[in-house]
Design a binder for this molecule. Structure first.
Ligand SMILES: Cc1cc2nc3c(=O)[nH]c(=O)nc-3n(C[C@H](O)[C@H](O)[C@H](O)COP(=O)(O)OP(=O)(O)OC[C@H]3O[C@@H](n4cnc5c(N)ncnc54)[C@H](O)[C@@H]3O)c2cc1C
Length: 424
């Protein structure tokens, strides 16, 4: 007989797969909210007063490395940064890691997992060879590239709904992340059309770039204005983009010194951004986010992979509307323009958003290629929401966002693009 909901603890911390099986069976029919590590509270699905949470943070072992086969077997709660350190001792590394150090293998596989290395290696989930899971009925199973492939695809990227991943076997690549030095080749743009054009050209022909990313930032004119002559000028408007490709280079002593300086500057910008609260702090926070666009001229691959860790988490705050899509390269430009035009139009007409930013890079995913016969560009928009009461129409956020969502679906259907939204 299963345990009553009231008798269940707030949070389960299983130590092995058998614990996960028991927990799922005991909590039925109540669905579990699964976390890879510490619950963040950001993506809560159920009512906050009574959610049954399972975290895999105690199932965090790197179990075996097969250096010859370039494979690593891990428990699902193992952090990518720890797996990467272990692999480093064998001259190996994970091809795709997330942008901060706490991300777990199970959590990343459950969302798909992208990074600036996806133009070479696809999604994190493309690099999963096989996995073990517990399904929503509490049954244990295994699946992989060569067996139960439908189930494998369903679980990868399902955000935990199709099953809880308990262990994974991952492909690694030969790399020394601490001794692979990269130099950043950056191009800046004031004009959105040229930015998109340049991004597509880099995605199509990345050369030997190990990482790539394009960022566009467009802040609405802030309400702060300063009297000049007989009128006022708006302060704080920023509208620019940058494409960065990071190529391998040989590090000279002076370049190493510049790298140290750059790392220190980014850390202090992050700290200033965290401390700068409220509307007055916005220009500071925007500047901190902008710092990411000015990556140091030279840095190691490991530093580059976690560049966002030092600044972005402290600079991106407040409610936001986010959308991420995979656009086939043949319609990449059209998708980017249509999404941008729609979102900026909502800002100009309805005042829904303040800052609109976009991020883009290439994704050479065997899985996506199989679906559409093409490589893809990833395009994501983050639109900061204005507080509800300040909208002109006062129709309320959800209605407006539903309209935006369906507008996006129309664009994606017409352009054969698809959403990247494992958690929905
Ligand atoms: C839809 C989505 C896409 C994201 N994409 C990226 C990205 O491409 N690159 C990036 O750097 N960051 C991304 N993030 C942000 C964040 O880095 C990822 O969510 C990352 O997976 C967090 O890792 P975590 O281990 O803390 O997982 P959590 O935040 O705890 O979980 C992430 C999701 O996976 C589920 N989940 C966690 N563990 C398991 C498991 N063992 N088995 C089954 N399901 C599980 C959770 O229920 C949740 O839906 C994304 C976030 C979301 C919501």
């Amino acid at each position: 007989m299963s345990t009553t909901l009231a008798a269940l603890p707030e949070e389960f911390l299983p130590r092995d797969t058998a614990d996960v099986v028991r927990t799922v069976r005991d909590s039925r029919p109540q669905p579990l909210t699964v976390y890879g590590g510490e619950p963040t509270g950001e993506d809560e699905l159920g009512p906050p007063d009574r959610r049954v949470v399972l975290s895999l943070r105690r199932m965090n072992r790197v179990q075996a490395v097969d250096a010859d086969a370039r494979l690593v077997r891990v428990q699902a709660g193992a952090r990518l940064s720890d797996i990467d350190r272990t692999l480093g001792a064998h001259g190996l590394g994970l091809p795709v890691v997330g942008d901060h150090r706490e991300i777990t293998a199970g959590g990343f596989a459950a969302v798909g997992g992208l990074s600036g290395a996806s133009h070479r290696y696809g999604m994190f989930s493309d690099n999963v060879v096989s996995l073990e899971y517990v399904d929503p009925e509490g049954r244990f199973g295994t699946c992989g590239r060569a067996h139960h492939t439908d189930r494998f695809r369903r679980i990868l990227g399902s955000g935990g709904r199709a099953g809880i991943i308990t262990a994974l076997t991952l492909e690694a690549v030969e790399v020394d992340k601490d001794r692979t030095w990269l130099t950043s080749d950056a191009h800046r743009f004031l004009d959105f059309d040229t930015f998109v054009e340049h991004s597509l050209a880099e995605i199509v022909r990345p050369g030997d770039a190990m990482l790539q990313v394009g960022r566009w930032v467009d802040t609405a004119p802030l309400r702060v204005s300063r009297p000049v002559g007989t009128g006022n000028i708006q302060l704080g408007t920023v509208r620019f983009g940058q494409w960065s490709s990071l190529h391998p280079t040989a590090a000279t002593p002076s370049l190493r010194a510049r790298r140290e300086l750059g790392a220190r500057a980014r850390k202090s910008l992050g700290a200033i951004a965290s401390a700068a609260k409220g509307p007055a702090g916005m220009p500071v926070r925007n500047a901190a986010a902008g710092a990411l666009m000015f990556a140091p001229k030279v840095l190691t691959l490991r530093d580059a992979e976690y560049l966002a860790d030092t600044v972005i988490t402290s600079s991106e705050r407040g409610p936001a509307y986010r959308v991420g899509v995979f656009a086939p390269l043949s319609t990449y430009t059209a998708v980017f323009h249509r999404l941008h035009d729609m979102l900026t139009d909502h800002r100009e007409r309805g005042g829904v958003f303040t800052v609109i930013s976009a991020l883009t890079y290439g994704v050479r995913s065997p899985y996506l290629h199989e679906l559409s016969g093409e490589d893809h560009g990833f395009i994501s928009f983050t639109c900061r929401l204005r507080p509800i009461g300040t909208y002109s129409g006062k129709s309320g956020t959800p209605d407006v966002l539903r309209d935006i969502d369906s507008g996006i679906d129309d664009i994606l259907r017409a352009e054969r693009a698809r959403r990247y939204h494992a958690a929905d």
